[in-house]
Design a binder for this molecule. Sequence first.
Ligand code: FAD
Ligand code: SF4
Length: 526
Amino acid sequence: MRHLILVLGDQLDADSSAFDGFNPEQDAVWMAEVAEESTHVWSHKARIALFLSAMRHFRDAMIARGRTVHYRRLDDEGNAGTLAAELAAAVEKLRPGKLILTEAGDWRVQASIEKTASALGVPVEIRSDRHFLCTREAFAAHVSGRKQLRMEYFYREMRRKTGVLMEGDRPIGGAWNYDAENRGAFGSEGPGQVAEPVAFVPDAITREVIALVEQRFANHPGNLAGFDWPVTRDQALAALRDFVTHRLPHFGMYQDAMWRARPGDRMLFSGDAPAASFDRRDAYLFHSRLSAALNLKWLDPREVIAAAEAAWRDGRAPLAGVEGFIRQILGWREYVRGIYGHFMPGYRDLNALDAVEPLPAFYWTGDTEMNCLSQVIRQTLAFGYAHHIQRLMVTGLYALLLGVRPQAVHAWYLAVYVDAVEWVELPNTIGMSQYGDGGLMASKPYVASGKYIQRMSNYCERCRFDPSKSTGDDACPFTTLYWDFLMRHEPLLAKNPRMALQVRSMKRLGPAEREAIRAQAARWRA
Ligand code: FAD
Ligand code: SF4
């Protein structure tokens, strides 16, 4: 054998750089399902099932193209359980002249492959990942010479480079972003008729994987009852068309809004089967739910961006929403990937706020009286999905205010979402959500009181706490902990002009009020 092409679970692109020059007479593909990738964090069952099913579908697509695939199933006899051991066994058996890999998304995985190859004395060629629009070298050039990194400047650079939503060198519509138009909340009537996203009924491969996951990972969090994620390229394309047609037109306006149907609303709360007790429309609202298909590489970000831009050009979606959606992919997604590639492995251990609390146990069950957290966590366990503001301003915000160690928060986010891959999850968690990098990625900590959640959702209506209160039996823990956070970190925050308003209002609290808040926060933590 000349070359063995290594394909990882999140590299399901038949035309990736690893396949350049592939010769079916001399080369072969290697893929392995290993338990380690499902257990190094306590993975949600749907995350495991999605990866395994997608990998098996990719294997079959490769075989249909005439490529030889050496594939190890999780339940194959003697499966060693780690990528390193499985790769070593494959190299022993197949004796390839060279291993070829498109750069891995996960730093740990690439380090392990390189170490294994070196121990076996087989050369490994790592090729650049052209799935992304910004290479690691281009990101390094963006970083070099800058005192401060900000997504907005990176995004403008990407718009100029790619010509997306541009007229010559000017942004279409005259503005680079329409963020201010993208922060609407639903009125008291809720989102109204949201088109239910297309669901993909499990085929034989997915059903087999689901049974395997239920058996091998029975005690893992999450639920597979409503598993309906796209697991093939065709399904991913259908999910993209569905989003662009039905939800993109409203995406921008309600990007930050959250909602939970009330009894008597669009549906009745039913039974205790977690997936069945949620309306899928409330979980996904107007979001695309394309992150997993993108991260597995079923979809190319360029085709997703082009589909959204075309919808605007044809008058099917407004500019503000289309720009807001494209910013997430051309801006945030590329930016966090750049941060990860540039600052790993040190980035993983950052803890600028010296946060030391453990993650509350209810993050794995949703069993808490705080209704917003209970809803978002239960929805996460039901679907393996929560949208960005649910992640940032409910589960992330609470951990930040409470002072949970960022690495514990990271392990949770990497475990519970179907789209979780470390290069995208880690900077979002350590940097954007927990401010663990001290402002490298975000210009200020995303902190707010319970009143923000009240404004952006209907969660507070059915909660025993009152978001406007910071002390007393019915005080909202978010509100108590918000003021406590500002007091605890005042010296640091006072230096940040973007926090000036929040610090100023904290300074208006009298000594007795401050003492009462501190005491209540300490009781809550205890
Ligand atoms: P939409 O709201 O429809 O957005 C469109 C697309 O934009 C997404 O599919 C995604 O590819 C991209 N996108 C949006 N926001 C971001 C962002 N902040 N960073 C990178 N890409 C973005 N996203 C992941 O893909 N994997 C993760 O593991 C992940 N972990 C996160 C952890 C935390 C603490 C936070 C705050 C955010 C995280 N995100 C992660 C980003 C974002 O929440 C998800 O991409 C989004 O919710 C996925 O749902 P969607 O496809 O419906 O997205
Ligand atoms: Fe969450 Fe506080 Fe609102 Fe309850 S009152 S739902 S804890 S923000």
